[in-house]
Design a protein around this ligand. Structure first.
Ligand SMILES: Nc1ncnc2c1ncn2[C@@H]1O[C@H](COP(=O)(O)OP(=O)(O)OP(=O)(O)O)[C@@H](O)[C@H]1O
Ligand SMILES: Nc1ccn([C@@H]2O[C@H](COP(=O)(O)O)[C@@H](O)[C@H]2O)c(=O)n1
Length: 667
């Protein structure tokens, strides 16, 4: 997951490949609660691992359920319809799919519970559910603003006396989650037939279909008359199915369906696995909307394949009540359409993680689009000409879907980058979204930004480059380590490091079995991280690096680090030879005395005893060889910015490099 303050997506062009999507949030949290309310143990496979499911799992543990997790498989040992713990303070984060059904289930079971969440959760309405629960006879109190969490349930010792004779009326026109909550809670008390009547036009019916489908898997068959009246039969009782698989998330699929429709088709198709035409999720109908806009979509029961069809995409005017979450993706697709697109019946967007109608309109305007918004609709004019597009920094409102949708703007025909602020907000449903997107996206190499940090020995290049890469979410190339590993491989092969063995060492370098993983360096299965860090290894690296054929042999390996979303490379010739077109080149230096002192401290801290004088002599000898060799000598690139950090801290050095970088961004 990218935990950086922002993620700069370079302009993207093509896309192709297979994506495995995380489990559906709606199904995951429903299944967890149903398993918790059932008796015995339910093994849940392919569970989504996200903020919202973690909130639900934490609550279930607090309530006394058994929870054993291994990867994406979780075993829930349920409560069999009886509370084990009758008092708890439950943190619900911003998970609507957790707070609503838990409120209903705990309210009908009795006990004394408080449920609260993050500030945005306290702005999300729950009044219609509370009204329905109060009709039933449950004790529910608002401890903050009326109509919104936090809530206190019960608190009077004895379980509530429920009035089940009359139909329980609940509004269905704000959120379908209130009806879902009742449908999941009332089987716990169905000593007689329990009837729920929906007041107003029920929105988001497909989510109710998911609820009914899953209830059936757990032994509850609800009788339904249209979408207005639901009856839970007397004697209903939760029965665990033993094992259950969670489908991949159909709304997460929408970004990749859109990707297939937008990205140039040369790179092939986008294949989505884990969800397909047999999905029980309503958002699978996003496929129909994408086809209307021109996407070519083929599919099987649990897979989809998408490629670009009509281009530009076709503008649509669509009632999106059946796909409220996935419809946000259509709004960004509309930027690539041949006319204005209107998405209607989306009032529920206003009460989601943020006011999504306002958020989408505001952020699309930053990209240059003309957007009209109403209480329950949004109309987007396409950005027909490349010149209409603007590079924008997209605010994401702690809303995963805003972040994911706007990543698709990186395919703009103007070749502009897009900044996504707070990219970790995708953790709500799809923690590895950006990694997945970038793994199937392509762009011209020249679009992938590179920052070069060159300079003499021990000037702090590695330290600064690693920190800059971490702040930007970029890859890191330690080119010196390649020369160090090559020298080690040569000595392991019994090759003296001299011109007589240049060809043999170059051959070795060309197929060097080196791997850089999690801060470690591996040579053919050996962890050589520490071994290559000695002063002797540095000196050998300097000798090997003076051999021209060895340098040539290592070029392709260094270029292979230039991957999306960007690279920070440290070495001696990053800016002069390896990445001469780099977007930013920094030549980092410090006085020899300062560098010798730093290296001394570094080695002493590792328990290696040495003297400052000998280190200074070594590093000056190394710099002299590196600067005077015939190929790729150490020197600042003509367009490098010089940074002498003798008198400044690591943090100041990093901030300076980032400030230079920011100064070159178009946002
Ligand atoms: N202002 C500073 N900027 C960067 N590094 C500093 C600074 N002050 C102290 N250091 C320390 O200097 C030491 C040398 O840094 P580092 O190993 O990153 O240098 P390098 O240039 O990559 O070395 P080499 O050329 O051997 O690869 C580290 O222990 C680092 O913490
Ligand atoms: N781009 C580079 C990087 C390194 N070298 C040589 O390798 C030696 C070790 O490098 P460190 O950065 O790990 O200290 C260095 O002294 C150079 O001789 C290089 O030539 N080009």
């Amino acid at each position: 997951m990218f935990s950086t303050a922002f993620l700069d997506l370079p302009p993207l062009e093509g896309a192709g490949g297979t994506v495995l999507l995380p489990g559906s949030k709606s199904i995951s949290n429903r299944v967890l609660l149903l398993a918790a309310l059932s008796g015995g143990t339910t093994t849940v496979h392919d569970l989504l691992d996200s903020d919202d499911t973690r909130v639900m799992l934490a609550a279930l543990r607090q309530l006394g359920c058994g929870v054993a997790q291994q990867g994406s498989t979780v075993e829930i040992t349920g409560l069999d319809g009886q509370l084990k713990v009758t008092q708890a303070d439950l943190f619900m984060g911003n998970a609507g799919t957790a707070i609503r059904p838990l409120t209903a289930a705990l309210a009908v079971l009795g006990g004394d519970f408080t449920l609260h969440g993050v500030p945005r959760m306290h702005e999300r309405p729950i009044g219609d559910l509370v009204d329905a629960l109060r009709q039933l006879g449950c004790l529910v109190a608002y401890t903050g603003n009326p109509g919104y969490p936090p809530l206190r349930l019960g608190g009077q010792g004895a379980p509530p006396r429920l009035h089940l004779d009359a139909p329980i009326r609940v509004r269905g026109d704000v959120s379908s989650q209130f009806l879902t909550a009742l449908l999941m809670a009332l089987p716990l008390v169905a000593r007689q037939d329990v009837v729920i009547e929906v007041v107003g036009e029920l929105i988001s019916k497909p989510y109710i279909e998911i609820t009914l489908n899953l209830l059936a898997r757990f032994g509850i068959t609800v009788a339904r008359e249209g979408w207005q009246r639901f009856t839970i039969p007397a004697g209903s009782r939760y029965r665990s199915p033993g094992e259950i698989h969670v489908e991949a998330d159909a709304s997460s699929a929408s970004y990749f369906i859109a990707l297939g429709a937008i990205a140039t088709g040369d790179s092939g198709t986008i294949r989505i696995e884990g969800v397909g035409e047999a999905s029980i999720q309503g958002d699978i109908r996003f496929v129909e909307a994408a086809r209307l806009m021109g996407a070519q979509v083929a599919g099987g029961p649990n897979w989809l394949e998408i490629r670009r069809g009509t281009w530009p995409l076709k503008a649509i005017d669509l009632d999106c009540n059946h796909i409220p979450d996935a419809a946000m993706t259509l709004a960004v697709m509309a930027l690539y359409a041949d006319g204005p697109t209107t998405l209607r019946n989306i009032a529920s967007w206003r009460v989601k993680e943020t006011d999504r109608i306002a958020a989408m309109a505001t952020e699309m305007r930053k990209l240059g689009a003309t957007v009209e918004e109403g209480a329950d609709f949004i109309r987007v004019q396409p950005l027909a000409n490349p010149a209409d597009w603007r590079a924008a920094s997209i605010h994401t409102y702690d809303d995963h879907r805003v972040a994911m949708c706007f990543s698709l703007a990186a395919f703009n025909p103007a070749g502009l980058p897009v900044r996504v602020e707070d990219p970790k907000c995708v953790a709500k449903t799809f923690p590895d979204y950006f990694e997945t997107l970038l793994s199937v996206s392509h762009t011209a190499t020249r679009h992938i930004p590179v920052i070069c940090v060159d300079g003499p020995t021990a000037s702090g290049k590695g330290t600064v480059a690693v920190a800059v890469a971490a702040r930007l979410g970029y890859h890191f190339l330690d080119s010196g380590a390649m020369y160090r590993v090559t020298a080690l491989a040569a000595s392991r092969a019994g090759l003296a490091i001299d011109t007589a063995h240049e060809a043999a060492i170059a051959t070795l370098a060309q197929t060097l079995p080196v791997r850089f993983e999690g801060g470690k360096v591996w040579l053919a299965g050996d962890d050589v991280t520490e071994q290559i860090r000695t002063e002797e290894a540095g000196m050998n690296a300097s000798r090997v690096s003076a051999l021209p054929s060895v340098r040539t042999a290592l070029v392709a390996l260094q270029h292979s680090f230039r991957r999306l979303p960007g690279l920070v490379a440290d070495g001696r010739d990053m800016g002069t030879v390896i990445f001469p077109q780099a977007s930013l080149k920094v030549y980092l230096t410090a006085s020899a005395a300062c560098r010798a002192e730093r290296r001394h401290k570094q080695l002493i801290s590792k328990g290696i005893s040495t003297t400052i004088d000998s280190l200074r002599a070594d590093l000056e000898a190394r710099d002299a060889r590196d600067s005077s060799r015939s190929v790729s000598p150490l020197k600042p690139a003509q367009d490098a910015l010089l940074l002498d950090n003798s008198e400044i801290s690591i943090t100041q050095s990093v901030d300076q490099v980032l400030a230079w970088w920011e100064g070159r961004q178009p946002f």
